[in-house]
Design a protein around this ligand. Structure first.
Ligand code: IPD
Ligand code: CA
Ligand code: CA
Length: 267
């Protein structure tokens, strides 16, 4: 069986190579297609990078399975064995419109347990990485354990969608959190937002709908530095079908559940 160290070494090499390909694509004309609606886009690079990972993983670890956003891996119905969960570009809208603030996200799970997490901020060339139990890093810099935090001194990452009319949450629930926090942000890449929580750059990230490839890498970073991870109901995440997500520094989780999400929230 492949060792975690071996997978980690290859994964880092592949992340860097994929990142170079994405940066090089800035000088080319993208082929952009619509997926489910006009705001849900995919490019030739999303597909090309996922294929790149599938080819590399297939060559070196032929018995591993791949769970990727663009569907070039396996049809995943369980997390038995070793599964690489990959988002080739997290933040495709940023990639297309802004050429920044997007990431490659990768998580390696063995029998459902997260072993390796990586989020590569391609334009800043910052690789956030963790081997479970061995510390989380940004490049060579170890990320310290997160201190506790309270809402009124926190920067909370939340998309404005969740405090205006939407299909998933009563907008009046989280509006007071937005009001009480020191500030709010929205970066448009869940993987980056998770990495920023792990690095202490933001204090919490809340969102109502993500897929496993959005968070499989980043939640391992957050957990490693003592952050709290759950869905919006406070339950464990669903790594097969996707889920809502709430990650934060210690202390903030309880404060948010007690003050803003207690009682009958309809969630
Ligand atoms: C999206 C980004 C975005 C989040 C969306 C995701 P994509 O991923 O993470 O921040 O709000 O829910 O779908 O489509 O750019 O890979
Ligand atoms: Ca994504
Ligand atoms: Ca994506």
């Amino acid at each position: 069986m492949a060792s975690v160290k071996e997978m980690d070494t290859y994964a880092k090499l592949w992340m860097k190579e994929a990142g170079s390909r994405l940066r090089a694509s800035f000088n080319t004309k993208l082929d952009i297609e619509m997926k489910t609606n006009p705001n849900d886009l995919v490019t030739n690079m999303d597909k090309g990078i996922e294929k790149f990972f599938c080819d590399k993983i297939g060559e070196v670890f032929p018995d591993h399975r791949i769970f990727g956003e663009e569907g070039m891996g396996n049809d995943i119905k369980d997390l038995k064995g070793t599964v690489w969960i990959i988002d080739p570009i997290d933040g495709t809208l940023n990639f297309i419109h802004q050429q920044r603030d997007f990431a490659i996200s990768l998580g390696v799970y063995v029998d459902g347990i997260g072993k390796i997490g990586m989020v590569y901020d391609v334009v800043s060339d910052e690789l956030y990485h963790v081997i479970k139990g061995q510390g989380a890093y940004m490049d060579d810099q170890r990320l310290p354990t997160l201190p506790s935090a309270s809402v009124n001194r926190s920067i909370v990452s939340i998309n404005a969608s969740w405090v205006t009319e939407n299909r998933r949450i009563d907008p009046s629930l989280l509006a007071p959190l937005v009001r009480d926090a020191r500030g709010t942000r929205s970066y448009g890449s869940a993987a980056l937002e998770l990495a920023f929580v792990a690095a202490g750059r933001i204090d919490a990230y809340i969102t109502m709908r993500l897929m496993p490839w959005d968070f499989a890498g980043g939640v391992l970073l957050v957990e490693e530095v003592g952050g709290e991870v759950s869905n919006i109901k406070g339950d464990k995440l669903n790594f097969l079908e996707g889920d809502s997500l709430f990650v934060s520094k210690p202390g903030l989780h309880k404060e948010v559940f007690d003050k803003y999400l207690s009682g009958d929230t309809g969630l």
